[in-house]
Write a protein that binds this ligand. Structure first.
Ligand code: GLA
Length: 388
């Protein structure tokens, strides 16, 4: 029987794998992005929140220089020496774990005199659903080692460490949204990130107060950011910025769109228009939430989805169907979330419609002969923490 992941279950698997109890257990959550897609690596605005699905990391001390990482599902622990840590040595799932240790070294942490650790990982963040299962692993490991090794790094510094691990050890050219949500999130709040300013602000979401639930509709169309599509969009954005003579697309606003249209080829223009308008939608969403509450943000979610579908072209028919069906059946708003090309869509829905909307989406998928989606609610939750 596979134990349901929890603090106690992770500690128990640690003991089973290593033969002694862990010194402590930490956890970090996955995330949902409410709005602001592909804006993070364009120095823009992003508004994700941490969810209750988490990855736990139990840690024990060693006296030699070996790092070991195990997970309930795997029979054997992965192993690497602190003396041989480099992105090229790291492969498979343990790259997420050991990559963080390597990235700590790159960030200036002196790893030379440090003893190794044993790590046990367990997660209930669904894999490949666009909910940042990878960032949850990285952030749990980073916070655990920051505490255990008494490194004194701030959470913002840990965000950079985890992003470096993702970019260089895992090889996915992502921005810092996922790691920021996982390390900085708080219950009932979104994390408004201004990447150019390097700042973040917690904004109350009030979903529960307004009797709203956040539905995740995982299309089960798999995606991976180390694959081509994500990198190709990033390259288009960089090309657009270079051709417009700016250091990043953040330097451009809606008023610049006619000039951008006159300068760029049609496709690059649409990529850039998505980023420029999406930054504005993030600002508008936060302002609308503050002024009128979450029931008023539906149109912004819809506009964001349309922009990703038509301008940025990162949606797939399953995501479009989930979004359209949720809205047709009473959702306040819906959009795909995450990097795109598969993964999940979200819908903000009145509590009493959760089941009806879920059923309608299941039926619509059956009608189109799509693989059945995995539909569940998530709650804006606390970010990474020590649990035991
Ligand atoms: C993935 C990346 C993030 C971000 C989103 C798109 O989740 O990891 O950095 O770029 O895609 O918004």
């Amino acid at each position: 029987m596979i134990a349901i992941p929890s603090v106690a279950a992770t500690a128990a698997s640690f003991e089973q794998h290593y033969g002694y109890p862990p010194h402590g257990v930490w956890s970090a959550p996955g995330r949902v992005n409410l709005i602001g897609e592909h804006t993070d690596y364009n120095q823009g605005l992003v508004f994700p929140f941490a969810i209750e699905r988490r990855t736990w990391c139990a840690v024990g001390h060693r006296e030699d220089r070996i790092l070991r990482a195990a997970s309930g599902a795997m029979p054997d622990a992965a192993e690497v020496s602190l003396d041989e840590l480099g992105p090229e040595q790291l492969q498979g799932w343990s790259a997420y774990v050991f990559g963080v240790v390597w990235a700590l070294g790159q960030h200036g942490v002196d790893l030379s005199g440090r003893p190794g650790v044993d790590l046990e990982l367990a997660s209930d963040v669904p894999l490949g659903a666009g909910l940042s299962s990878s960032a949850a692993i990285e952030c749990a490991v980073a916070l655990a080692l920051n505490d255990e090794w008494e490194l004194g790094l701030t959470r913002e510094q840990l965000v950079s460490v985890c992003q470096l691990a993702e970019n260089k050890a895992v090889g996915a050219p992502t921005g810092n949204m996922d790691q920021s949500a996982s390390l900085l999130g708080q219950a009932d709040h979104g994390v408004l990130l201004d990447v150019r300013a390097g700042s973040s602000e917690l904004v109350p979401l009030h979903f529960a107060d307004e009797d709203l639930a956040l539905l995740v509709m995982d299309t089960r169309v798999s995606h991976a950011h180390a694959d081509g599509g994500y990198g190709a969009r990033r390259a288009s954005c960089e090309r657009g910025a270079a051709q417009m003579g700016v250091t990043s697309l953040r330097e451009l606003g809606p008023d610049d769109l006619p000039r951008i249209a006159a300068t760029l080829d049609e496709e690059t223009f649409r990529r850039v228009r998505h980023i420029v308008t999406e930054n504005q939608r993030v600002a508008d969403t936060v302002a609308t939430l503050r002024a009128s509450g979450p029931r008023a943000i539906g149109d912004l979610l819809a506009a964001s989805h349309a922009s990703m579908r038509d301008d940025f072209e990162i949606s797939v028919p399953e995501l479009d169907l989930a979004v359209a069906t949720a809205v047709a059946n009473g959702a306040i708003g819906a959009r795909m979330t995450g990097g795109g090309f598969g993964g999940a869509a979200i819908a903000l829905v009145p509590h009493n419609l959760v089941d009806a909307i879920g059923d309608a989406v299941h039926e619509a998928f059956a009608d189109r002969h799509f693989t059945q989606p995995n539909i569940f609610t998530v709650v804006p939750s606390q970010g990474a923490r020590r649990d035991a």
